[in-house]
Design a protein around this ligand. Structure first.
Ligand code: AHG
Ligand code: MN
Ligand code: MN
Ligand code: MN
Length: 335
């Protein structure tokens, strides 16, 4: 029988990527895996329980929170807090970051940034959603409470990042800077198994993903790029195909496997774009680069940006290198 590698085995085997690590990062990834299983279970039976619909609150992003936004946030916080691997956590769903300074956290050197439920407007209509996570080593002195500066690090400081996609199957995809691997959850056994080893964007892509309903608000470079992907060109297979679910995790996952570009540019209604640098763009940028793709704000590398606030938004161009470079060319030429 073919030997299937579990996520747990893989994490332990790859601990050697971090010669200075004492296993805390492995333990932290295991905690994320556990929280992911709990959220997965809740999402799978969401229609049967009382957890569909709105929570009745607005979050700091100005969005109506879904009950599952709140539930996923709570599950990740309590799971991560209950094990001493991190000293702080920030989330799309909370105005401020959390400090964990109990005894069990006093030696913790990692912080986590979280989009607990991505694509939450899709929950009630049974479309794929996800969880996105990003892990940094704190920069403040161990033993002292974590500070805001620990959270406002550029994406290139990430030590690990990934997502869990709750789709037709549930897959956990992550990187620790040594390639990207995906693990599919077997609900009968209750474990994730390596199913997508060493994921790379294909060299050429034919999918573009953008909310074209905002077309009128887009910068001229994006408008011209969209017209270009819709033009006929037999040699490079245009017009390309449009695919957009409204869940970044789903659109990203598909484009990474099949080849494509995802765009969330600026618009007059969202002057800095919509997606959050810390919870969405940086982790996806780390995965993208590790999978051979490119991720910029239309001009500069996402992971180079030094955040100035927790909930900062940035324009987001992400996918196959050649497609992103084509979009950047239009941005440069149409300023
Ligand atoms: P979230 O559900 O975590 O708030 O994220 C929603 C994001 C992202 O998943 C998606 O790509 C984008 O919002 C869709 O925005 P539009 O509905 O404006 O296209
Ligand atoms: Mn949201
Ligand atoms: Mn999101
Ligand atoms: Mn979210």
């Amino acid at each position: 029988m073919e030997r299937h590698i579990t996520l747990g085995e893989f994490i332990i085997e790859n601990q050697k990527d971090f010669p200075y690590a004492k296993g805390e990062l492995s333990a932290l990834l295991s905690s994320i895996r556990l929280a992911g299983k709990v959220v997965n279970q809740a999402i799978n039976k969401a229609g049967l329980s009382e957890i569909l619909g709105k929570a009745g609150n607005e979050n700091v992003q100005g969005e109506d929170q879904a009950k599952l936004d709140v539930m996923a946030n709570d599950v990740f916080i309590s799971t991560l807090k209950n094990r001493g691997e991190i000293c702080g956590l920030a989330s799309e769903e909370m105005e401020d970051y959390l400090v964990f300074d109990e005894d069990m956290h006093k030696d913790a050197k990692y912080i986590v940034l979280l989009d607990p439920l991505d694509g939450s407007s899709n929950i009630d209509v049974d479309i794929t959603v996800g969880t996105i996570f990003s892990i940094y080593r704190r920069i403040s002195k161990p033993g002292t409470p974590v500070t805001k500066e620990d959270f406002l690090q550029p994406g290139e400081n990430q030590v690990a990042a990934g997502y869990i996609i709750y789709g037709t199957s549930t897959i956990l995809v992550y990187t620790t800077g040594n390639g990207v691997n995906g693990f599919t959850f077997d609900p009968g056994i209750g474990s994730f198994f390596l199913s997508h080893p060493e994921i790379k964007f294909p060299d050429h892509g034919k999918i573009y993903s953008v909310n074209e309903g905002n077309y009128v608000h887009f910068p001229m470079g994006v408008k011209k790029f969209i017209k270009w992907v819709q033009d006929i060109d037999e040699e490079d297979g245009r017009p390309y195909t449009s695919r957009y679910t409204g869940s970044l995790v789903a659109d990203f996952h598909r484009n990474m496997l099949l080849g494509g570009i995802y765009l969330y540019p600026t618009g007059t209604t969202s002057p800095k774009g919509k997606l959050r640098l810390l919870y969405e763009c940086n982790p996806m940028a780390f995965l993208t680069e590790q999978a051979g793709g490119k991720c910029t704000d239309g001009f500069i590398r996402i992971m180079k940006i030094k955040p100035t606030e927790l909930h900062e938004r940035v324009p987001f161009f992400c996918g196959n290198r050649e497609m992103v470079e084509k979009a950047e060319e239009f941005m440069r030429d149409n300023q």
